[in-house]
Ligand binder design. Structure first.
Ligand SMILES: Nc1nc2c(c(=O)[nH]1)N[C@H]1C(S)=C(S)[C@@H](COP(=O)(O)OP(=O)(O)OC[C@H]3O[C@@H](n4cnc5c(=O)[nH]c(N)nc54)[C@H](O)[C@@H]3O)O[C@H]1N2
Ligand SMILES: Nc1nc2c(c(=O)[nH]1)N[C@H]1C(S)=C(S)[C@@H](COP(=O)(O)OP(=O)(O)OC[C@H]3O[C@@H](n4cnc5c(=O)[nH]c(N)nc54)[C@H](O)[C@@H]3O)O[C@H]1N2
Ligand code: SF4
Ligand SMILES: [Mo]
Length: 908
C-alpha cells in the first residue's frame, strides 16, 4: 500500500521559495533580476549579481516590481467581445476569441485586401512575440502594415546609425562608461530614465576624477546637475549646436584628418556646410553661450576617449535623424569610435526595442536588419520563412497607420502591449481613428489601459513575470526572460495568442500556411529568428536557448563569442566599408512660438513612473515620488503671466487645452515649459498631455516630434473647487469616480502614497456645478449623509467627513470660498485622526502641506529629510539615521540637492 504523503510535506513543497533569474521589464538598460516567488506570488526582486549589465544594481522601479504584480481585476483576466449595437462587452472563452479574431482578419483580407489590416505593437514584447506577429502580418495577411511604439522612441536612432555607420547597431558597451574620459549626454535624463547606467557613470567618475561630463538638455535635470558642463540648448536646436562644435574642431584643428581620410567619406561637403555655424552664430539659434560651445568641442575632441549617450531629446524631433547624424559626425571627425571608452551610444528606451529592430517587426524593416524595399532581402526572408514571396507595397509607420485608420484605408487594427490612446501625439485624431475603425483588437495585460475603451475584442495577455523568451538591451546583449509564476485567468503569452489566431486564419484563407506556425515553444521561435540573422551585421545565428543557458547573456554579433565593441577595425557596415558624413542642415521644429503660443512645451519622464502607468500606479512605493501632473514653468514666466505657485493654469496648444496646476521650476530655460508624459485620461479631465502635442514627423525616420510643441498659458480662475479623499483600494475607487472627471475643467483622481493610501480627487470649475450633480458625487464618494456636515448647497459648499472606528474614511471639501492653494495643499495625515481635519473643515485651522516621498525604497519623505538637514545631518548621517538613499540609490541626487538648499536654514 502507498504511504500517504503527509500534508505538511506537500505544503512545504508548494510553499518553497523559488528563485528565477530574469530581466527587469522596464527600461532598455536590461538589468538582470532574481525573482523570489512562492506559489503564484512574487515576494521580492533583487539585482542579479551575475548579470553583466547591472552586476546586482537595480533602480527604484526594478525594486518595486512585486507591488505591480496582482492577480485580481487590475489584470485583463478573460477575453471580451463588444456588441457593436449596445456597446456592452461579453466575456468569451479563448477559443471563441481566437475564432472571432480569425474570422474578422480573414474576411477583411478577402474583401478589402491585405492593406486593410494593420498591426500596432510594442518595444515591450519579447523577441519571440515579435517574430510570430511579423510572420503572421507579412506571410499570412500579406501586408507590411506592422509597426510599433518604437516609432515614437528609437526610429531616428535607427536611421541615424544606418545613414552614417551603415547598420542599426549601437557600437559601444556599458563597460565603456567606465573607460571614457569625456561623456557627452544629449537629450537624456539618465538619472531618471536609465538610473542604473547613471549609477555606473557616477561610480566611474569617482574612480576617474578627471572624467568630464557634458549634458545637453533644455532643462537642468538631475542628470545635468551632475555634469561639469550643462548646455541648456533651446528645444529642437541640437543640430546647430553639434555643427558649431564641429566648426570649432575644424577651426582649432582638433579633428583627426587621418581617420577621416582613411575610414570615412563625405566630409568636404559637411565641412562647407558647417562653415557658417560659428559658435557666435549658433549661440543665437541654440541659446548656448559661444564660450561653452568651444569648451564642449575641446573636451570632446581632446580627450583620450569620448563616449556619447543620447535618447529622446534627440530622437523625438522632426529633425531627429539629423540630430543623431550630426552627433555621430563628431565621433567620426575625431576618431572617437571603435576603441574602449568611445562611440555614439544610443540608449534604448524600452526593454526590447532592440529585439523588435532585430526581428524587423516594423514597417520599414525586415528580420535580420533587412529592408522591405529591397527585393533580394524580401526573397531571403521569404525563403527562410518557408514561403514564396513577401509583400512589396510599403507599410505604414505608426503615425501614418493611424491616419490610414482614420481614412478607412486600414479597417482592422490589432494593438498589442502599447497604449496608443495615451502615448500617441494629437490624441483627438488618434481616438477618432480608433473609433472609426471597423474592428479593433487590443491584446493587453492590465485592465485600466485607456486603449481598452476602443477595443471590439480584448485579448488577455500574460506579462512579466509570467512569460518566457528573450530580450536584447541597449548594449546588444541578449538575455533570457523567464517565468516565475503562471499567468492569471485565461491570460496567455503574447506569442501563443498570435499562434492560435494565425493557425485559424491560415485554415480560412491559406491552409498550406498553417504549418508555418507550428511552434512548440519559445526556443523554436527563437531558433528560426536567430537563423534569419546569419551572415548579417548582427549575426547571432549561433545563439540558442541552450547556449544562453550555458553562457548567460551574450552580445551580438555572436559568432564564436560575443562582441562588446563594433568597428574596432574601422571597417563600417556600408557597401564600401567607409562611414559616411551626411550633409545635413539645421531645420527648426515644426511649430514656432507666436504671440498666442509663446512657450515651448517639452514632455518626458519622471523617475518612478513608467509611461502610461498601468503598472507603476499600482505600487505604493512608486506613486509617492510625484503624485500628480503639473506644468513646470520658469519663475520669470510665472511672473510675466501673473501665475502664483500652485495656481491652476489653462495650457493651450493649436489642438487642445488642458488645465493643470503650475509649478515654479528654475531648472527650465525661460520660455520653456515641461509636463510629464505619464498621466492620461484615466487620471485626469481631458485626454492627457498628448492632446496638446502634434503628429508631425521626421522625414527619414517617421518619428513624431513629441519633445516640442508651442503653447500659451493663462491663469485659470476657478469659481468652485473641491478636494476629496477616500480610503480604500485606489484602483476600485478610481473606476467608480473616473466618470466624473470630464464634467470639470480641471479634475484629477490619483492614488495616494502616504497615510492610509486611497484616492485623492481634485476638481475645479468656473461655475458652481448643479446641486443634483454634486449630491450625486457625494453619493459616489459615500458621504451623501454624514453626522458632521457643513453645507451651503446654494453656493456649492459641502464640507463632509465620515469616520469609521475613529479614523477618517472619507472627506470632501468643496466650495467657492477656497483658494487654489487650500485645495491643492490638502491634508497631510490623510485619514489618520479626525479632530484636526474637523478643525480644517470648520475653517478653524490651516492645512499643512503634504509630505512627499523622496526615497521610494524606504518610504522616507521630504519633510523628514529637511528636518534631518536642519538638524545638521549630511548625506552619510541622513543615510544612517533615516535610511534614505540606502536602497537603490536613485534618490541620492535629489537628497544632495536638498542638502544644498536646506543646510543651515531653519524651519519657519
Ligand atoms: N522612469 C522611467 N524610465 C524610463 C521610461 C519611463 O517611462 N520612466 N521609459 C523608457 C523609455 S521607452 C524611453 S524612450 C527612455 C527615455 O529616456 P529619456 O530620453 O532620458 O527621457 P525623457 O524624459 O523622455 O527625455 C529626456 C530629456 O530630453 C530633454 N529634451 C527635450 N527637448 C530636447 C531637445 O530639443 N534637445 C535636447 N538635447 N534635449 C531635449 C528633456 O528635457 C528631457 O530631460 O526612458 C526609458 N526609461
Ligand atoms: N508626450 C509624450 N508622449 C510619448 C513620449 C514622450 O516622451 N512624450 N514617449 C514615447 C515613447 S519613447 C514611448 S516608448 C511610448 C510608450 O507608450 P506606450 O507603449 O503606450 O506605454 P506603456 O504604458 O508602456 O504601454 C504598454 C502597454 O502594454 C501593457 N502590457 C504590459 N505588459 C504586457 C505584455 O506582456 N503583453 C501585452 N500584450 N501587454 C502588456 C501595459 O499594461 C500597457 O498598457 O510613449 C511615447 N509617447
Ligand atoms: S535601470 Fe531600473 S528600470 Fe531600467 S532595467 Fe534596470 S532596474 Fe529596470
Ligand atoms: Mo521609448
Amino acid at each position: 500500500m502507498d504511504t500517504p504523503v503527509p500534508v505538511q510535506l506537500v505544503q512545504t513543497m508548494t510553499d518553497e521559495i523559488r528563485v528565477t533569474r530574469s530581466i527587469c521589464c522596464y527600461c532598455g538598460t536590461g538589468c538582470g533580476v532574481r525573482i523570489h516567488s512562492k506559489g503564484e506570488q512574487v515576494l521580492s526582486v533583487d539585482g542579479d549579481m551575475d548579470h553583466p549589465s547591472n552586476a546586482g544594481l537595480l533602480c527604484s522601479k526594478g525594486m518595486a516590481l512585486p507591488g505591480t504584480i496582482r492577480r485580481d481585476t487590475t489584470r485583463v483576466l478573460h477575453a471580451r467581445l463588444r456588441d457593436r449595437q449596445t456597446g456592452n462587452y461579453r466575456q468569451i472563452d479563448m477559443s471563441e476569441a481566437f475564432d472571432v479574431a480569425a474570422r474578422v482578419i480573414s474576411s477583411t483580407v478577402r474583401e478589402a485586401g491585405p492593406q486593410a489590416m494593420g498591426f500596432y505593437l510594442s518595444g515591450q514584447l519579447l523577441t519571440e512575440d515579435y517574430a510570430i506577429f511579423n510572420k503572421m502580418a507579412r506571410v499570412l495577411v500579406g501586408t507590411n502594415n506592422i509597426d510599433t511604439n518604437s516609432r515614437l522612441c528609437m526610429s531616428s536612432a535607427v536611421t541615424g546609425y544606418k545613414m552614417t555607420l551603415g547598420a542599426d547597431a549601437p557600437p559601444a558597451s556599458y563597460e565603456d562608461i567606465a573607460l571614457a574620459d569625456t561623456v557627452l549626454i544629449a537629450g537624456s535624463n539618465m538619472a531618471y530614465a536609465h538610473p542604473v547606467l547613471f549609477r555606473r557613470l557616477m561610480l566611474a567618475r569617482q574612480a576617474r576624477p578627471h572624467m568630464k561630463i557634458i549634458v545637453i538638455d533644455p532643462r537642468n535635470t538631475d542628470t545635468a546637475q551632475a555634469a561639469d558642463l550643462h548646455l541648456a540648448v533651446t528645444p529642437g536646436a541640437d543640430v546647430a549646436l553639434f555643427h558649431a562644435m564641429l566648426n570649432v574642431m575644424v577651426w582649432e584643428d582638433l579633428i583627426d584628418g587621418d581617420y577621416i581620410a582613411r575610414y570615412t567619406e563625405g566630409f568636404p561637403a559637411l565641412k562647407d556646410r558647417i562653415r557658417e555655424f560659428t559658435p557666435a552664430a549658433a549661440e543665437d539659434v541654440c541659446g548656448v553661450a559661444a564660450a561653452d560651445i568651444v569648451t564642449a568641442a575641446r573636451w570632446f575632441a581632446q580627450s583620450a576617449a569620448t563616449l556619447s549617450l543620447y535618447t529622446m531629446g534627440l530622437n523625438q524631433s522632426s529633425s531627429g535623424t539629423a540630430k543623431n547624424m550630426s552627433l555621430i559626425h563628431l565621433h567620426l571627425a575625431t576618431g572617437h569610435i571603435g576603441r574602449p571608452g568611445t562611440g555614439p551610444f544610443s540608449l534604448t528606451g524600452q526593454p526590447n526595442a532592440m529585439g523588435g529592430r532585430e526581428a524587423g517587426a516594423m514597417a520599414t524593416l525586415l528580420p535580420g536588419h533587412r529592408d522591405p524595399a529591397n527585393a533580394r532581402h524580401r526573397q531571403e526572408v521569404a525563403a527562410l520563412w518557408g514561403t514564396d514571396s513577401l509583400p512589396e507595397a510599403p507599410g505604414y509607420p505608426a503615425i501614418a497607420m493611424f491616419d490610414a485608420l482614420l481614412e478607412k484605408r486600414i479597417r482592422v487594427l490589432w494593438i498589442a502591449a502599447t497604449n496608443p490612446a495615451q502615448s500617441l501625439p494629437d490624441q483627438a485624431r488618434v481616438r477618432r481613428a480608433m473609433q472609426n475603425a471597423d474592428f479593433v483588437i487590443v491584446q493587453e495585460a492590465y485592465a485600466d489601459s485607456e486603449t481598452l475603451a476602443y477595443a471590439d475584442l480584448i485579448l488577455p495577455a500574460a506579462t512579466w513575470p509570467e512569460k518566457e523568451g528573450t530580450v536584447t538591451n541597449s548594449e546588444r546583449r541578449i538575455s533570457r526572460v523567464r517565468a516565475a509564476i503562471s499567468a492569471p485567468g485565461d491570460a496567455l503569452a503574447d506569442w501563443k495568442i498570435v499562434q492560435q489566431v494565425a493557425q485559424r486564419v491560415a485554415r480560412l484563407i491559406a491552409p498550406a500556411k498553417e504549418a508555418l506556425f507550428n511552434y512548440a515553444d519559445e526556443a523554436q521561435i527563437f531558433a528560426e529568428h536567430a537563423a534569419l540573422t546569419a551572415g548579417r551585421d548582427l549575426d547571432y545565428s549561433a545563439v540558442s536557448f541552450d547556449l544562453l543557458e550555458q553562457l548567460g547573456p551574450v552580445q551580438w554579433p555572436f559568432v564564436q563569442t560575443g562582441t562588446p565593441r563594433l568597428y574596432t577595425d574601422h571597417v563600417f557596415a556600408t557597401a564600401n566599408g567607409r562611414a559616411r558624413f551626411a550633409d545635413v542642415g539645421y531645420v527648426a521644429p515644426v511649430e514656432n512660438i507666436s504671440a498666442h503660443y509663446p512657450l515651448r512645451l517639452t514632455t518626458g519622464r519622471l523617475r518612478d513612473h513608467w509611461h502610461t502607468m498601468t503598472r507603476t500606479a499600482l505600487s505604493q512605493t512608486l506613486i509617492g515620488h510625484v503624485e500628480e501632473p503639473v506644468i513646470h514653468l520658469h519663475p520669470s514666466d510665472m511672473a510675466r503671466y501673473r501665475i502664483g505657485s500652485q495656481a491652476l493654469v489653462t495650457v493651450k496648444s493649436r489642438r487642445a487645452q488642458l488645465v493643470l496646476p503650475a509649478q515654479a521650476d528654475d531648472t527650465l530655460k525661460p520660455g520653456c515649459a515641461f509636463v510629464p508624459m505619464h498621466w492620461g485620461s484615466r487620471f485626469m479631465a481631458g485626454v492627457g498631455i498628448n492632446g496638446l502635442t502634434h503628429g508631425a514627423t521626421d522625414p527619414d525616420s517617421g518619428q513624431p516630434e513629441l519633445k516640442h510643441c508651442v503653447v500659451g498659458v493663462a491663469l485659470y480662475k476657478p469659481l468652485w473647487q473641491a478636494v476629496a479623499w477616500v480610503r480604500g483600494d485606489a484602483v476600485a475607487l478610481q473606476r467608480t469616480l473616473s466618470g466624473w472627471l470630464n464634467e470639470f475643467d480641471y479634475a484629477i483622481a490619483v492614488p495616494v502614497a502616504t497615510g492610509d493610501g486611497g484616492l485623492r480627487l481634485r476638481l475645479a470649475a468656473r461655475a458652481v456645478p448643479e446641486r443634483a450633480r454634486l449630491e450625486q458625487l457625494l453619493m459616489d464618494l459615500g458621504i451623501a449623509d454624514t453626522d458632521v456636515a457643513f453645507d451651503d448647497p446654494a453656493r456649492g459648499i459641502y464640507r463632509r467627513v465620515r469616520c469609521i472606528d475613529g479614523r477618517v474614511a472619507v472627506y470632501c471639501l468643496a466650495g467657492t470660498g477656497l483658494n487654489a492653494e487650500d485645495a491643492l495643499n490638502d491634508w497631510a495625515d490623510t485619514g489618520v485622526r479626525p479632530e484636526p481635519l474637523l478643525a480644517v473643515l470648520l475653517g478653524k485651522s490651516q492645512m499643512k502641506p503634504r509630505a512627499r516621498i523622496v526615497c521610494a525604497c524606504n518610504g522616507v519623505t521630504d519633510a523628514q529629510i529637511v528636518d534631518g538637514i536642519r538638524n545638521g545631518m549630511d548625506l552619510p548621517a541622513l543615510k544612517q539615521n533615516l535610511n534614505c538613499g540606502t536602497g537603490c540609490g536613485s534618490c541620492v541626487v535629489q537628497i544632495n540637492q536638498m542638502i544644498n538648499r536646506y543646510a543651515g536654514t531653519e524651519a519657519l
